[in-house]
Write a protein that binds this ligand. Structure first.
Ligand code: G3P
Length: 218
């Protein structure tokens, strides 16, 4: 399972990268705005800075909603760095753009996926990744993890190459549930990744090991 961090915060990306388990980064316009990154030049410069930190794929989202605009933006974004994956929304012109990019060998991440039908369409259009937003589904009393399970089954049935990128992860149990059902990638906040390493028995066990060492070496 690949671990992506879902942020545009460079300090958090550096911290996740230093753990040695980071496989990539996903961003979106809201995450960029949260870091105060505005204007095309600054946004493109920020993507470059992210690419210089991480070893893996970096999703950069288009803001156009018409075919020509999505293509123009996507082709500009991939010029920033080889690590860039063009993030395209699940809309009609987005599906057309996925097919166009796929034919050109440009990698894509189809975002704002909330149903298996949308994921099937994105895979048929040749998306590299699909991003079902599981946390946002849970927020409206719908089972986000069940959607991941459904998409994984459909892709396996037909041998689609599209990778299931579980997005809108909120906590460590989301990560584990997605791992159990075979999601290819999860993207979430640093806090969810760090929460995986915590266990009270690890802490108390380590405390005792260190105390016993001190007693024996006084
Ligand atoms: O980047 C897409 C997705 O992960 C957004 O998550 O937390 O805004 O629902 P969230």
């Amino acid at each position: 399972m690949k671990f992506f961090i879902d942020t545009a915060n460079l300090a958090e990306i550096k911290e996740a990268q230093s753990l040695g388990v980071l496989d990539g980064v996903t961003t979106n316009p809201s995450l960029m705005a949260k870091e105060g990154i505005t204007g095309k030049d600054n946004i493109f410069g920020h993507y470059k800075a992210i690419c210089e930190i991480v070893d893996g794929d970096v999703s950069a989202e288009v803001i156009s909603t018409d075919f020509d605009g999505i293509i123009r933006e996507g082709e500009e974004l991939v010029e920033i760095d080889d690590k860039i994956v063009v993030k395209v929304p699940m809309i009609k012109d987005g599906v057309k753009a996925l097919k166009y990019f796929s034919n050109k060998g440009i990698r894509t991440n189809c975002t704002l996926i909330f149903s298996a039908g949308q994921a099937l369409l994105a895979a048929k259009a040749g998306a590299t990744y699909v991003s079902p937003f599981i946390g946002r589904l849970d927020d409206i009393s719908t089972d986000g993890v069940a959607l991941i399970e459904q998409i994984v089954l459909i892709y396996r049935n037909y041998g689609f190459d599209t990778q299931v990128l579980a997005a809108s992860i909120r906590h460590p149990m989301h990560i584990l549930q997605c791992a159990e059902i075979g999601a290819d990638v999860m993207t979430g906040p640093l806090s969810a990744m760090l929460a995986l390493l915590k266990h009270p028995l690890t802490d108390s066990g380590l405390e005792k090991f260190l105390a016993d060492y001190q007693k024996g070496n006084q």
